[in-house]
Design a binder for this molecule. Sequence first.
Ligand SMILES: NC(=O)c1ccc[n+]([C@@H]2O[C@H](COP(=O)([O-])OP(=O)(O)OC[C@H]3O[C@@H](n4cnc5c(N)ncnc54)[C@H](OP(=O)(O)O)[C@@H]3O)[C@@H](O)[C@H]2O)c1
Length: 307
Amino acid sequence: MKAIIIEEFGGAEQLKLKEANKPELKPDRLLVEVYATSVNPIDIKRRKGSFGGSLPLIVGGDIAGRVVEIGSDVTGFEVGDRVMANGSKTYAEVVSVRPDRTVKLDDTLSFEIAAAVPLTGQTAYEAIVRRGQVKNGERVLIHAGSGGVGTLAVQIAKIQGAWVASTASGSNQELLQSLGVDQPIDYEEEDFEEVLTGIDFVFDTIGGRVLEKSLSLIQNKGRLLSIAGDPSEFVDVKNYEAQYFSMKPTKEALEQLHEWLVQKRLKPVISRVYPFSQEGLRAAHELSETGHVRGKIIIRVKEEATN
Ligand SMILES: NC(=O)c1ccc[n+]([C@@H]2O[C@H](COP(=O)([O-])OP(=O)(O)OC[C@H]3O[C@@H](n4cnc5c(N)ncnc54)[C@H](OP(=O)(O)O)[C@@H]3O)[C@@H](O)[C@H]2O)c1
């Protein structure tokens, strides 16, 4: 099979299209032929070697495709099933996935839409629903509502019945409004900590100064979750309901995300679709590295036949 391989940590030029061995089928796994995957900021951090690890390396965390082989212990799937899944090493034509991180994909959903959801959707779901327990009528601030995680977090907070404020640059204010944000904030023009009051919950996707200033919003009441920085760097967390978390996928969350997709209550935003080529992946990484992507970057690995 073909895969995008990283043989040395470094820049986007380290992404190379090569022949690789197809993953071995283990009894408790599925092999999925990948039709679409996506680029997440963590792929870039891994490419640069921020997490170390052994080389050569295949990165990527989102899978949309068809089941091609089924391990002997796995039930509930058939060869040919269209699926979406959380996984790893997804910049490849075939991946090995855990069935408890895989859901069958409704026929109304394209592989490109499905590939936009697993990693960012699980993260948004964990922040807003599972850990954040955002309730109807709560006042919520979501940073970078125009990003991969943020576009889904905003929509999930609206599904939960929250009032939502969200930050982005001037060029993304209309996008925030189209997602249902009640108070879009242009971070180039306004200081969010000055224009907002009575915030019950903050979801920080930026870290640094943004995280530090957000903590002042929840000083007296309220809670904060960050996926981009550790609140204890700025305050004594004994006095704050604030913590960092690292996403852990669950089947329950993936099923709920899938249901919302089918109901059209959750609509991923796709900024660009790149081909599964060396040039395509390099351009996709360079775009992601600007830090200003709208929604998701998708990689089309295989065209779906239309009848
Ligand atoms: N801990 C975890 O488990 C976990 C899971 C997923 C992601 N993450 C991390 O979370 C971060 C966000 O991920 P992502 O996929 O959403 O990234 P992303 O899609 O690359 O985010 C890009 C968005 O950020 C916005 N942005 C940039 N600077 C901003 C600022 N100062 N204030 C508000 N918005 C700003 C941009 O909007 P403008 O163009 O309008 O500026 C753009 O739409 C990354 O660092 C990622 O590694 C962590």
